[in-house]
Design a protein around this ligand. Structure first.
Ligand code: ATP
Ligand code: LTN
Length: 321
């Protein structure tokens, strides 16, 4: 089974990235898995070059600290493999403007930025290129990426119909719970790297006391009943899902164990610290050895190029280049 997924180095990863994506990546790494730090995607935002460079290595180190073994899976940095940007152009000539303007994430993000970059509109095409270049069958992602995956499937099918069978049509795989971790301060929006919500976002590198503080301050409701109901009790249900995901059970059965919000919050905080503290400590070790990290990236890029190059050539030739 070929698997591919990506994470942007737009900032430090958060609990949503961890529960929605990275944890799934770790358990799927025995398959034929490719995982990319998608630095080209981060250029859609205004990030100073030096910060992007640092955050790209930080993100790579976080992935290794989370348990991805570079001996087992292919771990690489997107811009090190030139075929992503090249296939992106070919696919931009397969995708339509209309389908890109319909993407929910584009509508939300373009509404927040004045003079947004064209890349913000075309970014799902680059994501399709990331996936199709490796003939990925499964793509482990959080819920927010389902629509982009649907687009990648449509682009693959349209290309194959028009130019001949080149691409594999990929499938999104989201975890049963915590596929959409919400902001702790505003449970109507997802926890995110690019929204500035320091108290609402648990970063994977937060220290234990910060995690405890953020969970304790999480917005819930006033009716006092511990019950899983995402519509009526979004804040509480978010906490239940986080704990459910970390303890591998259903949020309803987690809810049945609690009478008081305070007790639930203490256990959520404890479970999150239990999952993230070992990651943070390993990160501190791994991040120190930049030479080793660069070696991991170079080896990953070599393996990724070997897979992507023939696919790019087949696509280019099929289109008449
Ligand atoms: P932004 O929120 O700024 O768009 P992001 O964190 O969504 O950034 P990525 O780093 O590219 O963007 O996401 C990496 C993976 O994490 C994706 O598979 C995405 O679906 C998943 N993910 C992101 N946010 C959440 C969340 N709140 N809950 C669950 N999964 C998430
Ligand atoms: N668009 C995704 C990140 C991403 C990705 C990918 C995920 C870029 N390329 C390929 C899966 C497969 C995001 O913003 N979360």
């Amino acid at each position: 089974m070929r698997i591919l997924s990506g994470i942007q180095p737009s900032g430090v990863g958060h609990l949503g990235n961890y529960l929605g994506a990275i944890r799934q990546w770790v358990s799927a790494q025995d398959a034929d898995a490719y995982y990319a730090v998608v630095d080209l995607h981060s250029l859609t935002l205004d990030i100073p070059p030096d910060r992007l460079r640092v955050q790209t290595l930080d993100t790579l180190a976080i992935l290794v600290a989370a348990g991805l073994d570079p001996e087992q899976c292919t771990l690489f940095i997107q811009s090190h493999v030139p075929y992503h940007a090249q296939l992106n152009w070919l696919l931009e000539c397969v995708a339509s403007y209309g389908e890109l303007t319909r993407m929910t994430q584009f509508k939300e993000k373009s509404g927040r930025q004045e003079g947004y970059r064209v890349g913000l509109l075309t970014y799902p095409v680059l994501m399709a290129a990331d996936i199709l270049l490796y003939r990925a069958e499964q793509v482990p992602v959080g819920d927010d990426q389902r629509q982009h995956l649907e687009l990648a499937r449509n682009i693959a099918e349209r290309f194959n119909n028009r130019y001949g069978e080149v691409f594999t049509v990929p499938e999104a795989v989201a975890p049963p719970f915590a596929a959409r971790v919400m902001d702790l301060q505003d449970p109507s929006r997802k926890m995110s790297k690019s929204l500035n919500s320091p108290l609402g976002t648990i970063y994977v590198l937060d220290e234990p006391d910060e995690i405890v503080r953020k969970v304790k301050k999480a917005v819930t409701d006033t009716d006092g009943e511990v019950r899983y109901d995402r519509d009526d009790k979004p804040g509480l249900s978010n906490l239940l899902e986080i704990l459910a995901s970390l303890s591998d059970e259903a949020p309803e059965s987690v809810a049945a164990r609690y009478q008081r919000y305070g007790d639930l919050k203490s256990d959520v905080a404890e479970a999150v610290v239990g999952a993230l503290e070992p990651l943070r400590l390993r990160f501190l070790d791994i991040r120190e050895d930049e030479t080793l990290l660069r070696q991991v990236a170079t080896r990953g890029a070599d393996k990724a190029v070997a897979t992507a190059e023939p696919l790019y050539r087949a696509a280019a030739e099929a289109m008449g280049l």
